[in-house]
Ligand binder design. Structure first.
Ligand code: ASP
Length: 422
């Protein structure tokens, strides 16, 4: 019998599990010292893991820019583009509001803050979110200098500028063919670069997870177990029930097939806790394994990574209930509605990078007068939750993208149902 070559999907999973086991062993079994701390954890794991993460991040801006220019150029029709934009936004806002409502309900059942009394807690300083006015969030979508936006990876201004360039290229047609060809060919170069970088994924994921888990002491989780369980349960409901029902209902596609094919992207999001870095992998997976046209995904995925954070708002919903109970405060229905609106709006305009959910959480707490000191407690155990919610954040983007693409007849069902393990 010939040796069966394992596919990239399986390899990423082996990397993830092996990384978790190695990290836990390093934390509890391997004695502290130069070998463990300097050579392995802060040496090899750190360099290889972050090297891989940086490679993925390197792809994001050029890939998003070129593929968006090409996508909107191919579409050409501004009305159609507008329709897709409005539909996508509606899906993103609706799923976020649904997610946070579900989270508040789950937390009301589990009561994560009951039995914990934080009323005497002193003012342990927590960084508070700068108040960003909604008007400014909207204005910031227009770049005063597009090159500045590109250099700083500001996703929404990049999206706007790329869309405009693509639409104008389509309008001017043959007279700007050279520029159009340049972007299409550069897009091919970036896709090929993505394929090459992805080959490193299993090793990168292994090192990132091993480093994270070696630093996490699980004893700290005990008092907050109910809080963690509530967040994880609500995340699971959103990902496995809400999204899958939406996918089945709107597209008729098989949800299990979707999950199986999308799992490596979720694994990558989990190991990096960075939605933004998963953009190239998400577009590539949706295209190659599920037949979702890049015309749609090159627009909706980067948009989703920035404005659609369902997992994050789930954590925020549970955190509100947790803090209200621990501080003995009673929240009314109107307060919960305020929380739902603030958390949904706060996610717009904040980039998908590690830990931003905690920063915008202070905004949510302030909106209903909850003491931000509770965030200091949650912070200690947030990493694992950050990893988990990032996986949900990007799954939401992918599900909405597939639904919108299906409605635009931009999904190749043969590719979706093809078995892909090579
Ligand atoms: N890490 C999350 C993301 O990248 C954001 C957050 O919840 O902190 O999507």
């Amino acid at each position: 019998m010939g040796k069966k070559k394992i596919g990239l999907t399986t390899a990423i999973f082996i990397g993830l599990l092996a990384g978790a086991v190695t990290g836990i062993l390093f934390h509890y079994v391997v004695p502290a010292g130069v070998f463990r701390d300097e050579i392995m954890i802060n040496g090899i794991f750190y360099v290889v893991g972050n090297g891989f993460l940086r490679l993925m991040q390197m792809l994001v801006v050029p890939l998003v820019f070129c593929s968006l220019v090409c996508g909107s150029m191919a579409m050409g029709d501004t009305q159609k583009l507008g329709k897709i934009g409005v539909k996508t936004l509606a899906f993103y806002l609706a799923t976020t509001a649904l997610a946070i409502t579900a989270a508040i309900l789950v937390a009301q059942i589990i009561n994560p803050g009951r039995g914990l009394d934080l009323t005497g807690m002193g003012g342990a300083g927590v960084a508070e979110a700068e108040k960003i006015r909604f008007a400014d969030t909207l204005l910031n979508i227009i770049p005063t200098n597009p090159l500045h936006a590109l250099a700083n990876g500001e996703m929404l201004p990049i999206i706007l500028f790329a869309l405009l360039v693509g639409i104008i290229l389509a309008q001017l047609g043959e007279s700007v063919e050279t520029v159009g060809n340049f972007f299409s060919q550069f897009n091919d170069v970036m896709m090929q670069m993505t394929v090459i970088v992805m080959k490193m994924a299993p090793y990168g994921v292994f090192c990132l997870i091993a480093k994270n888990f070696s630093g996490i002491g699980f004893d700290a989780f005990l008092p907050l177990l109910k809080y963690m369980a509530s967040v994880l349960l609500a995340l699971a409901v959103q990902c496995l029930v809400v999204y899958m029902l939406m996918l089945k209902g709107f597209t008729g596609l098989n949800p299990l097939k979707f999950l199986k094919k999308f799992l490596p992207v979720m694994g990558f999001a989990f190991s990096t806790a960075t939605s933004n870095a998963t953009i190239p992998m998400s577009i590539d997976t949706l295209h190659k394994k599920m037949g979702v046209s890049k015309r749609i995904s090159s627009f909706t995925i980067p948009l989703g990574a920035t404005i659609n954070m369902d997992g994050t708002s789930i954590m925020q919903g549970v955190a509100v209930v947790f803090a209200a109970q621990a501080f003995g405060m009673n929240l009314e229905l109107a307060d919960y509605l305020t929380v739902i609106c603030t958390a949904t709006l706060a996610s717009i305009g904040t980039a998908g990078v590690p830990g931003v959910g905690l920063i915008t959480l202070s905004m949510v707490f302030q909106s209903v007068g909850l003491p931000t000191e509770a965030i200091a407690i949650i912070m200690g155990i947030d990493r694992v939750l950050d990893m988990s919610r990032t996986a949900v954040n990007i799954t939401g983007d992918a599900v909405c993208t597939t639904i919108v693409a299906c409605q635009e007849n931009a999904v190749n069902r043969d590719v979706f149902y093809r078995s892909d393990e090579k």
